[in-house]
Structures are given as structure tokens and as C-alpha cells.
Design a protein around this ligand. Structure first.
Ligand code: FE2
Ligand code: FE2
Length: 294
């Protein structure tokens, strides 16, 4: 693919706080065999059932995740647009542009599913209000590119966990929301190291900042927000009063937390190390899952 002569994106946003700015000159670490592709699947969510995965508890985990995705992906796009003109490597510039397009489509469809969710669970409007305020504050306080790098660590890890355990998570169910999840998981795996590359290009000497932020800020914050919202959904549906549901919730929180901890060193080392053989296999598997729907 020819990565040259790609359009530049004008700086759209306000100045970030004064921080050391290094020249963005680190190349992309996404393997050449992976081309970040814009896909445009269509979904009809209105017919989707309430328990759309194998179990209502796990359905609510992915519902809770969906609540926080549009604002997070909007921040990813804002920062990527802000930085794209400073990227020297044409391959990385192409990938950032492709990531913006993918995230735009994801956020649009998540807003759609969240509108349906908000009718059943109105408190999520309050959750997203606080998320929006908090993200704006963090954008002013932190190096801007560290935010997408942190966010993509979560989406990449969760996409891999979903893809590798899809049989258990979905069971025999097939519906529009699973098709949506397969699509989003595939594209998150595809662009999993792009925001890390963007961060490393901007701050090549900040080796410790990202792992410190992930462990002390992003991981506790994200886990409390997502698992707390999942519990709220379970409470509203009366699921919380069954011991079996609480056991599954406890197991799932442990499982997701362990996956995030396990992935942390690999993600923070380097983009190239991040794309291990296992990651290639998971990416191929995600492609197969998505193609099942076509
Ligand atoms: Fe996304
Ligand atoms: Fe993403």
C-alpha cells in the first residue's frame, strides 16, 4: 500500500499544556501484514434481545463497557487529529488517519446502542456526564497522547479476551449486537499499537509515565466505572440477588483484571513486542468471526 501523499489534518483543537515536545519521528510498529481498514457494516439493534450473550451478567459487562466508549473514543480522535500533522512516518500517519475513521464509526454505533440502554437504565446519562467532565480535566493535566495510548490498552486487551473466549461468551447466540462486537473487536485488534506508536513518537524518553498512569490512574478508574455500571444494570434487573450471578460477576471481574495485568508489560515495552505471534493468531481469529456475518 502506498502510504505517501496522504492528506494532512489541520490542527483543530486548543493548545495542550506546556510540555516537552520531541519531534515525532518513530516509525509505525504495526506489522506490514496488517492494513487498518475502514469497514462500514450496518446494524439493526432494535430487534436485539436483552440477554444478547450467553449470560445476562456478561451481557451487562459489555453493555457497561459500551456506556463509556463514545466519550473515550471521541478523546482518542481529538488527540489523534491534533497530532497527525507532526507525524513524520507516512505509514504511521496513514494508520492514525485510518484509526480516526474506525473510531468515528465505532462511537456512532455505540451512541445508538447507548440511547436504547438509557431508556431502560436512565442513570447512565449521569455516568457519561461525569465521564465527559473528568476526561476534559485529564486532557488539560496529562500529556495528551498518553490518553489514547492508555485507552487503546484497554480496548485491545478486552478485544483479545473477547475474541479468544467468544465460544464461551456468546454460546449459541447470534444477533446484531454480537455482529457489532465482532466488528469492533476486530478493528481494535487491528489498530492496537497505533496510539502507543503515536505516544512514543511524541515522547520517546518517557519510558515510565505510561505504565505509572495505567497502574495508578487508568486501571482503577476504568475498572470501578465499568464494573460499577455492570452492578447497576444487574441491580435494576434483579440479577444481583442470585448467588450464581454474583459468583459469575466476581469471577469475571477477577478474570478481566488479571488479563489487564498480564498484558501490561508487553504493551508498555514496545509496539513491535506487543504484536506477538499470539496477537497475530487472535487477529486472524477476529477476522474469521467478523466474516461469519457476511
Ligand atoms: Fe473503537
Ligand atoms: Fe480503538
Amino acid at each position: 500500500m502506498d502510504y505517501t501523499n496522504l492528506p494532512k489534518w489541520n490542527a483543530l483543537h486548543q493548545m495542550i499544556p506546556e510540555l516537552p515536545v520531541e519531534q515525532a519521528n518513530k516509525p509505525s510498529s504495526t506489522p506490514n501484514s496488517v492494513v487498518i481498514t475502514r469497514r462500514s457494516p450496518q446494524f439493526r439493534f432494535n430487534r436485539s434481545e436483552k440477554v444478547w450473550l450467553n449470560d445476562p451478567v456478561i451481557s451487562h459487562f459489555f453493555n457497561a463497557l459500551s456506556v463509556f466508549i463514545p466519550i473515550s473514543e471521541r478523546v482518542v480522535m481529538e488527540v489523534a487529529r491534533q497530532e497527525i500533522d507532526d507525524i513524520n512516518d507516512p505509514k504511521l500517519r496513514y494508520e492514525v488517519l485510518a484509526l480516526i475513521r474506525q473510531e468515528g464509526a465505532h462511537a456512532r454505533w455505540h451512541r445508538h446502542t447507548n440511547t436504547i440502554l438509557a431508556k431502560r437504565y436512565p442513570a447512565i446519562r449521569l455516568f457519561t456526564f461525569f465521564q465527559s467532565k473528568f476526561m476534559q480535566l485529564l486532557k488539560r493535566l496529562l500529556p495528551a497522547t498518553s490518553i489514547p495510548a492508555a485507552f487503546e490498552y484497554f480496548t485491545g486487551t478486552l478485544a483479545a479476551t473477547y475474541t479468544e473466549n467468544r465460544g464461551l461468551i456468546c454460546g449459541r447466540k447470534r444477533n446484531e449486537l454480537i455482529k457489532f462486537l465482532d466488528w469492533h473487536a476486530l478493528e481494535e485488534l487491528e489498530h492496537q499499537s497505533v496510539c502507543l506508536d503515536l505516544y512514543r513518537a511524541k515522547y520517546p524518553n518517557h519510558k515510565l509515565l505510561l505504565p505509572i498512569l495505567l497502574v495508578t490512574l487508568w486501571m482503577p478508574l476504568t475498572l470501578v466505572a465499568v464494573f460499577g455500571t455492570q452492578l447497576y444494570f444487574m441491580l435494576k434487573d434483579g440479577l444481583i440477588w442470585k448467588a450464581a450471578n454474583l459468583r459469575l460477576f466476581a469471577f469475571w471481574t477477577m478474570r478481566i483484571t488479571m488479563e489487564l495485568i498480564r498484558e501490561l508489560p508487553g504493551y508498555c515495552r514496545s509496539g513491535a513486542a506487543h504484536w506477538s505471534n499470539n496477537k497475530h493468531a487472535t487477529y486472524q481469529l477476529a477476522k474469521c468471526h467478523f466474516q461469519e456475518h457476511s
